[in-house]
Ligand binder design. Structure first.
Ligand code: GLN
Length: 313
């Protein structure tokens, strides 16, 4: 395994944040979830965690924000570990769409009759329905405990305001969920599946948490530093492959070519990336591009990949 020199990592993280700050002006914070609209678009934070568990941080790396879609690969890992791979992929595909994250169109037009992949909203709502526990609150807690464990700490907290705001306004996700119910793809009642999905999206993290989580995926399920196994190697590999092909929706191909590492974004401004065998990267920058991906996050991940030679392919 190629290790990353500490001095290189420190300098690369610092430089990436400085270079990304002016870019934040090119994006806009998400406003379709009203409680996200007030985020400060100038914030930029970055963290890198290497295979020994050493952390390198710069900027607003301890600023907390809601995971939003960064929760999707974690929920996928938890569902694979608890319900099993077959239960998940009998209901959800493994193919990229080239569509926006909240697109509903292929649920009706595709002969597949299931969401294309677990990282678009349609697939993620199916995955939420498969999480362990009997009701929405148990499933939501199982998610926050699992995500907290991957981040190397206790269960994550939830942003109640963002949760309610999305629950009150999430008409598109409700439409998707009812369509999924009609297709017989949900493993629990439709309202519960939505509730779990909104809960996991509102889980609070900072960039350092995301870097730690990314490092676990990078190490095929082992906790950096301790070497403790937190998920099966197979689970981590499947999740990374899907992050690479589908993690940034209709921007996944471009980012894959440029940065060459699996990553997942969220409209709260987070980005989590896993450089196989090398490190995890977590970033915060709530200014988004028109695909809903963090402008600063993409730029910083590209910069780190180039400077530290992180390309997986
Ligand atoms: N909770 C958000 C939604 O469903 C997550 C989307 C995202 O982060 N891309 O719209």
């Amino acid at each position: 395994m190629r290790t990353i020199e500490q001095a290189d990592a420190r300098a690369a993280v610092e430089r990436a944040v400085q270079a990304a700050r002016p870019l934040a002006r090119e994006g806009a914070v998400a406003s379709y979830i009203p409680a996200l609209a007030g985020a400060d678009s100038s914030l930029v934070g970055l963290a890198l965690v290497d295979s020994d568990g050493r952390a390198f941080e710069s900027g607003d790396s301890r600023r907390r924000f809601t995971m939003q879609s960064v929760s999707k690969p974690l929920a996928l890992a938890l569902a694979m570990e608890s319900a099993g791979e077959d239960a998940v992929f009998s209901r959800v595909g493994k193919e990229p769409t080239g569509d926006p994250f909240n697109s509903i169109i292929r649920l009706e037009t595709s002969e597949r009759r299931k969401p294309f992949n677990p990282l678009i909203n349609a697939g993620a709502i199916v995955v939420s329905s498969l999480l362990p526990g009997s009701g929405a609150s148990e499933k939501g807690e199982a998610f926050r405990a699992f995500a907290g464990r991957l981040a190397g700490r206790g269960t994550l907290e939830r942003d109640e305001e963002v949760f309610r705001s999305e629950r009150e306004t999430g008409a598109r996700n409700r439409s998707i969920a009812w369509f999924l119910a009609e297709l017989g793809l949900l493993a629990c009642p439709v309202d519960d599946a939505l509730e779990v999905y909104f809960r996991q999206c509102a889980a609070l993290v900072d960039a350092l948490d995301l870097a730690r989580i990314g490092a676990v995926f990078a190490l095929d399920g082992l906790e950096p530093g301790t070497g403790e196994r937190l998920m099966a190697a197979r689970t981590a590999r499947v999740v990374k492959a899907l992050m690479f092909t589908c993690g940034l929706y209709d921007e996944s191909g471009e980012f894959g070519v440029d940065a060459g590492i699996p990553a997942k974004s969220g409209v709260g401004g987070g980005l989590m990336a896993a450089a196989p065998g090398r490190c995890g990267i977590g970033s915060y920058g709530p200014a988004l591009d028109r695909r809903g991906n963090s402008v600063a996050g993409l730029a910083m991940a590209r910069a780190l990949s180039a400077e530290l030679g992180l390309y997986a392919l």
